[in-house]
Write a protein that binds this ligand. Structure first.
Ligand SMILES: Nc1ncnc2c1ncn2[C@@H]1O[C@H](COP(=O)(O)OP(=O)(O)OP(=O)(O)O)[C@@H](O)[C@H]1O
Ligand SMILES: [Mg+2]
Length: 266
């Protein structure tokens, strides 16, 4: 079990309040898509769920315990985050980056076990990065680099993965590969995954639950087929859209055709 929730969580940068008294419980063992306009607070929320950002008030709870009071190593064994636009020191190779994912599991003297090696090789393989293992990150294309970071978060071997825009920079087939990997990790290994996606049709298709944020609050949370409706598209994204039924899944398929108002919140 690994239940992530927030209790009366407030997050702000200086005087800019992003969330106020947010109460949210993420579904354990599910794939959740976090959606919302640019600047609505998705990354801020994900960063606080992974402890990269401290709350100004309230708490993030992991299985009922205050995340910010838990030992760093314990948190790193349970939660991995792929931040938006991560950076690495120059010269770092893909394989070296992926090994960082194993740090929380290594002993005091940093010995690498056969299990560590197996997981690093697996993470490289799952993301199609084995052939790039010895390449420095800065020598890769944007999409290859993004996949290297995904490999690092996979190598951490956590029950919960928080992925901030994992498909950004990827061509369509690599986007689907990542989304299929997410489903596979969820279905075969029971992992809980929270991912920020901008492609609403992918959010509907690949998640079990959608959380839509607007103006520092959760606008809607629930079954993708119910949450994705014309009112949400208008209110959250300022879009007029047709909703068709995806012949494959029976879920809604969004075809935007107009702008109802200027999108973005603040
Ligand atoms: N380091 C920071 N300092 C000050 N304000 C910030 C900082 N990071 C984000 N913000 C502000 O907080 C709000 C939420 O930003 P956040 O990055 O969480 O949005 P987002 O939903 O992830 O957007 P995007 O879809 O563009 O990634 C925005 O108004 C943004 O300008
Ligand atoms: Mg963001």
């Amino acid at each position: 079990m690994s239940v992530l929730s927030t209790r009366e969580l407030s997050l702000r940068y200086g005087t800019r309040q992003v969330f106020q008294e947010l109460n949210l419980t993420l579904r354990d063992g599910a794939v959740t898509a976090l959606i919302g306009a640019n600047g609505s607070g998705k990354s801020t929320l994900l960063r606080s769920l992974s402890r990269l950002l401290s709350p100004n008030a309230g708490a993030v709870l992991l299985d009922g315990a205050d995340l910010h009071a838990l030992p760093t190593r314990t948190v790193a064994q349970k939660l991995a985050i792929l931040p938006q636009g991560p950076t690495a020191p120059e010269g770092l190779t893909v394989e070296e980056l992926v090994w960082f994912g194993r740090h929380p599991h290594q002993g005091m003297f940093g010995g690498r076990t056969a299990e560590d090696r197996r997981i690093v090789a697996w993470a490289l393989d799952q993301t199609g990065m084995t052939v790039f293992a010895s390449r420095p990150l800065e020598s890769l294309s944007g999409g290859q680099r993004q996949r290297a970071w995904i490999a690092m978060s996979l190598a951490q071997g956590t029950q919960t993965l928080l992925l901030d825009e994992p498909t950004t920079y990827l061509d369509l087939s690599h986007q689907l590969e990542v989304l299929h990997l997410v489903r596979r990790l969820n279905e075969q290994e029971g992992k809980t995954i929270v991912m920020v996606l901008h492609d609403l049709n992918q959010a509907v298709r690949y998640s079990d639950e959608i959380v839509a944020v607007l103006d520092g609050r959760v606008y809607a949370q629930g079954d993708p087929a119910e949450v994705m409706n014309r009112a949400l598209l208008r209110d959250v994204f300022g879009l007029e859209a047709h909703l068709l039924t995806d012949p494959d899944t029976g879920r809604p398929h969004v075809i935007p055709y107009g702008i109802a108002r200027k999108a973005g919140t603040r």
